[in-house]
Design a protein around this ligand. Structure first.
Ligand SMILES: [Zn+2]
Length: 302
């Protein structure tokens, strides 16, 4: 199994185009930028899948030699996309893929419905490429090309803001707006978990990480009140469906073994800023739990 981490920032990236805060200004000045959360994964090194399609996708694809088309052809190794949410920072890149000869898109039922309704990417893509849409159901494994198997994990019910007014499903119906995936390679041994939006540390998450080689997880905010302190607003990390790093670290420490990498870092998160004194101060606590911050372009061979 080979993984290429394409992007590690939350929505808007780092720096955000309209933000002049100290962190964004430093990133602008030093070039220590982060593109928006996205991952490429392959079971056999030939057939590749994206997990999420970020607004930065074109640049991310061009920076990934594994995803280049074969010489002299328009055949690309990219087979499809698995979505972890319907958020704009995870789905806008689907429009960038409109030139594909064909594409499979895997999404949970509410996300798939939203992408054919409130944000109609599905109907918009249809005249350009033959996209085949598949519904993922937590706990039901999906067999992909190259021997890759993806087991969807239910990670939360937070809707994208554009879908806030959609009808509430009847009691008991699934509301899997946020999904993670546990990937298994062709030999059945290599295991990776990708959970860029983690609302809570559930028993299912605990089981999924137990025997994983690598876990790439939600590092949007370092602490619950981080955004409120930066903006003077009232929104908390947990309220936005993101378990802060301070609250997931104890779980990581309790589950040693996997290599833990935090991703989907917001521009307010001190960990997003490489070489900053704040990130350096947090590094020992991360290292003690077997964790580090994910970086754009990192390749993991499992
Ligand atoms: Zn900023």
């Amino acid at each position: 199994m080979r993984i290429r981490i394409l992007g590690t920032a939350a929505g808007g990236g780092l720096p955000q185009w309209n933000c002049g805060c100290a962190g964004c200004a430093t990133a602008r000045h030093t070039g220590a930028v982060r593109s928006q959360d996205c991952l490429a994964i392959s079971g056999d090194g030939s057939a590749w899948y994206l997990v999420n399609a970020s607004p930065d996708l074109r640049t991310q694809l061009l920076a990934a030699p594994e995803l280049a088309p074969a010489p002299g052809s328009r055949a690309t190794p990219l087979h499809g996309v698995l979505l972890t949410s319907g958020e704009l920072d995870h789905t806008l890149g689907l429009l960038t893929l409109r030139e594909a000869a064909g594409l499979s898109v895997h999404a949970s039922a509410p996300v798939r419905a939203a992408l054919h309704g409130a944000f109609p990417v599905g109907p918009l893509l249809a005249p350009y490429t033959g996209a085949r849409w598949h519904t993922v159901v937590p706990g039901r494994a999906v067999e992909l090309a190259g021997g890759l198997v993806a087991e969807p994990l239910a990670l939360g019910g937070k809707r994208p803001r554009y879908a806030a007014d959609l009808p509430v499903p009847p009691e008991g119906e699934r509301t899997d707006w946020v999904t993670g995936y546990r990937f298994t390679g062709p030999d059945g041994r290599a295991r990776a978990v990708y959970a860029p939006g983690l609302a809570a540390w559930t028993p299912a998450v605990d089981r999924a990480v137990a025997d994983a080689d690598v876990v790439i997880l939600d590092g949007t905010f370092a602490t619950d009140d981080e955004l409120a302190r930066h903006t003077g607003g009232a929104r908390t990390s947990r309220g936005m469906g993101h378990l802060p790093v301070a609250d997931s670290l104890p779980h990581l420490a309790r589950r040693p073994g996997p290599r833990y990498l935090y991703t989907h870092l917001n521009n307010t998160n001190p960990l997003a800023h490489r070489d900053s004194p704040e990130a350096a101060a947090l590094a020992p606590a991360l290292a003690a739990a077997g964790a580090a911050v994910a970086e754009d372009g990192t390749v993991l061979d499992l």
